[in-house]
Design a binder for this molecule. Structure first.
Ligand code: FE2
Length: 179
C-alpha cells in the first residue's frame, strides 16, 4: 500500500484574503465552498491547481489568536476501501491513537485518526461518485466496498453535483488544462 499525499486543511482568519493570495500568487482555484454542516456558520473553501485532486488545500475560518496550530488535518489517498480499513486496523492494533472514526464525504471514504501527539491524519480512497463539498456522514468501516457504494449512492444522489467520479475528474483536468 502507498500513501499518496493529497491535501492539508488549515485554519485561517480572513478567507477572502487567503483565497485571493493562493489564487493570484500560486494559481489555485476554488473547487468548492460551503457550510461545514446544515446549520453551521463556518464556511469551508476547497482549492486545487491540479486535475488529480478535488482539493489540495482547504481553509476553515476558525483560526484563534492564541492557537498553537493552524492545521486541522493532513490527508493521504490510498487506492481502495480495503486499504483504508487496513490503516484503521493498524491504528487500532497500535493502540496509541486516542480517536479514530470513519467518514463518508460522498466523494471519499475516509478514516480520521490521531497520531501520538494528537495531530489529525486522514487516509481516504475516492468513492465512485463525486458530489459538491463539504459533506460528512458516518462511515461504518466494517461494510464491504459494494455496500459502501450502495449507501453512498443512497445518501448523496440528491446532493448537488452528484455524478460519476470519472466525469468529475475529466472536467477537473480540463479546468486545469491537463487534457
Ligand atoms: Fe480532508
Amino acid at each position: 500500500m502507498k500513501l499518496h499525499w493529497s491535501h492539508a486543511v488549515m485554519y485561517v482568519r480572513d478567507l477572502e484574503t487567503m483565497i485571493d493570495f493562493y489564487n493570484k500568487v500560486l494559481g489555485f482555484e476554488v473547487s468548492d465552498r460551503g457550510p461545514l454542516g446544515p446549520d453551521s456558520p463556518i464556511e469551508v473553501v476547497f482549492l486545487s491547481q491540479a486535475g488529480s485532486d478535488h482539493h489540495q488545500l482547504a481553509f476553515a475560518p476558525v483560526r484563534g489568536e492564541g492557537a498553537s496550530t493552524t492545521l486541522d488535518h493532513i490527508a493521504f489517498r490510498v487506492d481502495s476501501l480495503a486499504e483504508v480499513k487496513g490503516v484503521a486496523d493498524r491504528v487500532a492494533a497500535d493502540g496509541r491513537s486516542q480517536r479514530s472514526n470513519g467518514v463518508n464525504h460522498g466523494n471519499a471514504w475516509s478514516v480520521y485518526f490521531a497520531d501520538p501527539e494528537d495531530n489529525t491524519i486522514e487516509v481516504f480512497c475516492d468513492s465512485p461518485y463525486a458530489v459538491q463539498q463539504p459533506q460528512m456522514q458516518g462511515l461504518d468501516l466494517t461494510i464491504s466496498e459494494d455496500e459502501a457504494r450502495r449507501r453512498t449512492e443512497e445518501q448523496f444522489r440528491d446532493a448537488l453535483g452528484f455524478q460519476p467520479m470519472a466525469d468529475f475528474y475529466a472536467q477537473h483536468r480540463r479546468r486545469f488544462g491537463e487534457e
